[in-house]
Design a protein around this ligand. Structure first.
Ligand code: FEO
Ligand code: CA
Ligand code: CA
Length: 688
């Protein structure tokens, strides 16, 4: 039995979740989220070295830029990470309501079935799984779910959280959210739905939501705009939504299907993990573990054996082909090539056709985050979230048009259609200086007109980007997730979540230095050694001379995560006695002072996951302070600092996803509105 709080959970039989021991995530999360990727041999067999403004229209960014102009980067933070070490804040150090500047006492590791915020702050739910998004949606009833209802309700397992301002008013904005994956065990009461009904409901619980929100009465709080007729932008993007494929792969024979003989119109987006809000007011979203949706009724077609293998497409899908034959590889071998892209949605126009940008390459995209380089080009940073995969950068051919005109907007919406895609190679400096650091090179893979990889065409490189990156000797990293430019200091921060096989299958090197880790079964339990890099890193990348369009960069591991009591950890040089334990960084964000905000997924120190604030400059650089924790089984997603640093939006994804838990025997009932858990988007802010 697994004991959580005062609940006793019957365990699922081992074969229900696989003999899964390698990741710090709960095995149930591994099964449903990524198709047990950790238990498959890593698909990267390359043998590569393992070294390792209109921008101001966007609400959060505008304030970030204002913060930068006001010299926010030099502000003093005061976050003490242990209660014993906490010093009382002085009045001038606290600017009420500013998440960037307010002192808070860090939250201790815990297993509570709650969102626990730092004292002085609180959080509220903005929208839950099943809540109404479109007019005509029925009230959610888990026992009477229908596809027609799911098409109008908030989807399951919210991940990326973006906030796009409205032109006409500043107290309202558009919340854009990804719905990454589904979990039959936690979504469906037993004995009600047939297998095909579950599959269809799961399909329509994927995708994205656009929801108009407004400021609440308490500063920093936000709620959904109702009645829904006052929210004309609200939208559910799902498995039947039309997307237009852009860039060099559009029309390629390998993306043509019987339903789309021209290879330009794709139905749906799947496994949307993280994303980014563009300076021109759209949202980018990464299609991540797309390999797990395709069945192989009559076997996997030989024609694409190598390509499928490199992407982990085995034909062991979710059985969706019984509902929609396009998910059967033997009938539609090209359907997988239509997923694994970065998609762009214009939330301000609910009838716009969203796009899939082939120019940003095809892999297990975590997200895409853009900075406008000094020369005006849009630069997107990208991560491929799997063990041993790569970091990428896209530089647009054209410059952003900053004029507030319709023509400028049309121009900017085309920026991601042409440019150059690069992959990163990192070298350690080899010095025994107690720093994991070195230099690196962005290796061009292809432009929209010319491939730089011998033997591969432009379309080859973009369709099978992993194979192209293998050939140029890119550096295999420990699960690159969010990769995001800090708008205050211009540096790039990448969350490298973990790799349980680093030190065994994957040799250690200076960029990926940890082969064993000290882990904990639960808060307060002793630290014990475990193979691999269990806690991950935060990589800081400094573009040469601050030119984001260049090819050379420097790097260092700003955080080697884990318990500060372990010798293996490093917190940017900050006093380890004063920092919070942190494990498995996943998503990153920035406030107006350039502080890093990190959410975690898969705590290997026995605590619930959470969100942390980390100064990136000054005397407090590296002072990791835990701001909140999420319920058992959940990962924390987002995060997003908005509304002048008064609001922290975040998603609580897969609450209660603990092996053995079911709809009827849940491991969490958060947010405690029902007798089962509901993934939800929340906002944290001052409590008064
Ligand atoms: Fe969906 Fe990379 O986590
Ligand atoms: Ca070094
Ligand atoms: Ca993630």
């Amino acid at each position: 039995m697994t004991i959580l709080g005062n609940r006793q959970l019957p365990l699922l039989p081992p074969d229900a979740v696989g003999a899964h021991t390698r990741a710090s995530r709960d095995p149930m999360t591994c099964l449903f989220k990524c198709g047990n990727a950790c238990d498959q041999p890593e698909p990267n067999r390359s043998g590569n070295p393992h070294l390792q403004d209109e921008i101001a229209r966007v609400l959060g960014r505008r304030r970030v830029l204002q913060g930068a102009l006001l010299g926010g980067a030099t502000l003093v933070l005061a976050g003490a990470a242990t209660e014993d070490a906490a010093a009382a804040p002085t009045a001038d150090r606290v600017r009420r309501g500013s998440l960037a500047r307010t002192w808070f006492r860090p939250v201790r590791p815990n297993r509570r079935d709650a969102v626990v915020t730092a004292s002085g702050f609180t959080s509220s739910v903005v929208i839950r799984w099943g809540d109404r998004v479109l007019p005509g949606a029925p009230a959610f009833d888990a026992r009477r779910q229908t596809v027609a209802a799911a098409r109008r309700q908030f989807g399951f397992n919210c991940d990326y959280v973006g906030l796009v301002p409205l032109r006409e008013r500043t107290d309202e904005a558009l919340l854009v959210v990804n719905h990454e994956y589904t979990n039959d065990e936690l979504m469906f009461p037993p004995g009600i739905y047939t297998d095909d009904e579950k599959r269809a409901l799961s399909m329509y619980n994927h995708g994205m939501s656009v929801v108009r929100v407004r400021q609440g009465l308490v500063p920093g709080s936000w709620k959904q705009v109702t009645p829904l007729r006052r929210a004309p932008e609200n939208r559910r993007i799902n498995v039947e939504t039309e997307f237009r494929l852009t860039g060099p792969v559009a029309g390629d024979p390998r993306v043509r299907t019987s339903a789309d003989p021209r290879g330009r119109t794709i139905l749906g987006t799947l496994n949307n993990c993280s994303g980014g809000t563009t300076p021109w007011g759209t949202v980018l979203s990464g299609e991540e573990n797309i390999n797990q949706y395709f069945d192989a009724g009559d076997g996997v077609p030989e024609e694409y054996a190598e390509e499928y293998a490199r992407y982990g497409i085995t034909g062991e899908g979710k059985g969706w082909s019984s509902v929609d034959p396009r998910f059967d590889l033997s009938r539609e071998p090209h359907e997988p090539h239509r997923f694994g892209w970065v998609v762009e949605v214009d939330p301000s126009n609910p009838s716009s056709v969203p796009r899939k940008h082939s120019m940003l390459g095809r892999f297990k995209h975590e997200g895409a985050n853009i900075i406008i380089a000094r020369n005006g080009r849009a630069v997107a940073y990208l991560g491929d979230d799997e063990r041993g995969e790569y970091l990428y950068k896209f530089v647009s051919r054209d410059r952003v048009d900053r004029r507030p005109t319709r023509a400028a907007r049309r121009h900017n919406l085309g920026l991601l259609g042409s440019g150059t895609l690069h992959v990163a190679r990192l070298r350690g400096d080899g010095l025994d200086d107690d720093r994991y650091d070195g230099t690196g090179r962005w290796i061009p893979l292809t432009s929209d007109r010319r491939s730089f990889v011998a033997g591969m065409s432009v379309a080859d490189v973009l369709l099978f980007t992993r194979l192209a990156a293998d050939r140029v000797g890119a550096t295999r990293m420990d699960r690159p997730e969010d990769v995001e430019p800090n708008p205050v200091n211009g540096r790039i921060y990448a969350a490298l979540t973990n790799n349980s096989e680093r030190g065994t299958t994957f040799p250690v090197d200076e960029a990926n230095p940890r082969g064993t880790s000290m882990v904990r079964a639960e808060p307060g339990a002793p630290l014990t050694p475990a193979a691999g890099n269990r806690h991950g890193y935060v990589l800081e990348l400094v573009e040469d001379r601050g030119r984001h369009t260049g090819l050379a960069f420097g790097w260092n591991l700003m955080l080697v995560c884990g318990d500060p009591a372990s010798a293996e950890t490093w917190f940017g040089g900050f006093d380890k006695r004063l920092v919070s334990p942190i494990s498995c960084p996943d998503n990153v964000a920035f406030d107006s002072s350039g502080n890093l905000w990190v959410s975690t997924d898969g705590n290997a120190l026995g605590s619930n996951d959470g969100i942390f604030r980390v100064p990136t400059s000054g005397l407090e650089r590296g002072r990791v302070a835990q701001f909140l924790t999420v319920p058992p089984g959940a990962e924390a997603c987002g995060p997003l600092v908005a509304d002048g640093d008064r609001s922290l939006f975040f998603a609580v994804q897969h609450p209660g996803e603990v092996t053995g838990a079911t709809f009827e025997e849940p491991a969490s009932t958060w947010p405690h509105t029902d007798d089962f858990p509901r993934p939800s988007v929340c906002v944290a802010h001052r409590d008064r």
